[in-house]
Design a protein around this ligand. Structure first.
Ligand SMILES: *Cc1c(COP(=O)(O)O)cnc(C)c1O
Length: 478
């Protein structure tokens, strides 16, 4: 028997493939249906020996059904459930089912979406999806971009593109607010822009950049002979949902000849609804915009997007022409995603987004965003009605922050007050009431509620706040 007649040992027969696939889909649907009855978090440290995860990779395999069973029982449940109706921490995501299936198909079809040559159809879909986003944001025709792994990658690509586009990038300064996402600073570090070239502009109490301070800093730097390379505004800060004054920042960027980037990673999709569009006015003046479909467009992780007013700036930053890709470059290079960003081998992220929007339509996605905004307003009202909870910021784009004030509050010092918020957040999570988080506003630790998921209902928000109210009522300092 020749070697060619021997099976690779890496295949299942068609029946076994179906059985494994059906079992996985059944488990996913079961999880989805039962999700509201589960807790939003089950991330307690697990007993590694009990999990029986072999340190040595097994030399021989085991039946696929057994391996699936172990993943479903021992591994996957031990985590936060970001799509749970009472997951209200960080930035929730709640993928639609067609989008989940889109990810499965992209993997199964083994799409390599680095070049047009290798993925004509998929590239066409990515172009269409990115163009939908462009229109929603209001960038002019001819603007474009690409899908990325997430907001951090999109911010990095933007910073590199801005650096390459600057006539004299050496020494140029980057201005972001003190509340900008940490990925902006990391992007600068990766792009060779050290801390001494980053200006963290102070924010107002709600978390928006003080544009007066930005103007003052720009002017002072100009007088000192320093140039502005990039001004990064945030449209929906991660901490409090604040949107910087985009028209004012745009104007300052224009005056100082700086690149105007808007990090709208989670907030950008609010432009699908009227009040979100109003909050984001001015975003259409950006040179680049970061948006994360895996946040407020109900897509599975990972899916980010970078929109560029002038997409050829990405080419200048990322195009390379190695001999082994020559044939792929017979096509127009601008159309190769690999020439517009860091990744060569890329998955077909656009498929899930396309399937979700084609299945449910734009309007349903917009309604889900609108409802989340309503729920945040409702949550703020409930906080205001409570004797033991006090609103601190918001609601701004689905985020509110507040303080629990148990009896004896007046007598507590700062650290003790902070400790109350941290303890309540932890207890709410551990007892399965809700997964909230805490953040810092004006030097104080506060509770933070972020409502974005499309499965969160009024009753979920009410239950979470009622739990906190009761917990504050029965609070006894340790
Ligand atoms: C989440 C977030 C990011 C980072 O995006 P990832 O997808 O987590 O990499 C950047 N900026 C803002 C404002 C965010 O909320």
């Amino acid at each position: 028997m020749s070697r060619d007649d021997v099976e690779s040992g890496l295949e299942l027969d068609a029946e076994a493939m179906r059985a494994l696939g059906y079992a996985a889909v059944d488990a996913l649907v079961e999880r989805y249906v039962r999700l509201p009855d589960a807790a939003p978090w089950d991330g307690r440290p697990v007993d590694r020996p009990a999990l029986n995860l072999p340190a040595d990779c097994p030399e021989e395999g085991a039946p696929a059904a057994e391996v699936l069973e172990r993943a479903l029982r021992d591994v996957l449940p031990h985590a936060a459930r970001l799509d749970h109706p009472r997951f209200l921490a960080y930035v929730p995501s709640s993928p639609t089912w067609p989008a989940v299936i889109g990810d499965l198909l992209a993997a199964g079809f083994d799409v390599f979406q680095g070049t047009r040559l290798a993925a004509e159809g998929p590239c066409a879909v990515e172009d269409v999806v990115v163009d939908w986003f462009r229109r929603w944001i209001g960038l002019p025709e001819g603007a474009g971009g690409l899908l990325t792994s997430g907001g951090s990658a999109a911010n990095l690509d933007a910073v590199v593109a801005a650096r390459e586009a600057a006539s004299a990038p050496a020494g140029g300064l980057v201005y972001v607010s003190a509340e900008a996402h940490s990925s902006m600073e990391r992007a600068c570090r990766v792009a060779g822009i050290g801390a001494e070239r980053i200006r963290a502009v102070p924010c107002a109490r709600g978390g928006a950049m003080r544009t007066g301070e930005l103007a003052r800093q720009l002017e002072a730097d100009r007088r000192a002979g320093r140039r502005a390379l990039l001004i990064g505004a945030t449209a929906g800060t991660t901490s409090t949902g604040a949107v910087d004054d985009l028209p004012a920042v745009a104007e300052l960027a224009r005056q100082h000849g700086a690149w105007f980037h808007v990090d709208a990673a989670y907030g950008g999709f609010a432009c699908l609804v009227a009040r979100g569009r109003a909050a984001l006015a001015g975003i259409e003046r950006a040179d680049s915009v970061t948006m994360d479909p895996h946040k407020w467009l109900f897509q599975p992780i990972e899916a980010g997007c970078l929109l560029m007013r002038d997409p050829s700036a990405l080419l200048r930053a990322f195009h390379a022409d190695p001999a082994y890709l020559r044939d792929a470059h017979e096509h127009d290079v601008l159309s190769n995603p690999a020439d517009r960003g860091l990744q060569l081998t890329r998955s077909f992220r656009a498929l899930k987004i396309w399937m979700s929007l084609m299945t449910f339509g734009r309007a349903a996605h917009a309604r889900a965003i609108d409802r989340a905004l309503d729920l945040a307003v409702e949550a703020a009202t409930r906080v205001g009605d409570s004797e033991r909870l006090a609103l601190v910021t918001g609601p701004q784009l689905g985020i509110l922050t507040f303080e629990a004030r148990p009896d004896g509050w007046e007598a507590l010092d700062g650290p003790a007050r902070d400790g109350v918020q941290e303890a309540l957040s932890r207890r709410a999570r551990e007892e399965g009431a809700a997964f909230l988080s805490t953040t810092r506003v004006g030097g104080r630790r506060v509770l933070r509620m972020c409502i974005l998921g499309h499965r969160t209902r009024s009753a979920d928000v009410a239950a979470a706040l009622a739990w906190l109210d009761r917990a504050a009522a029965s609070w006894r300092a340790a």
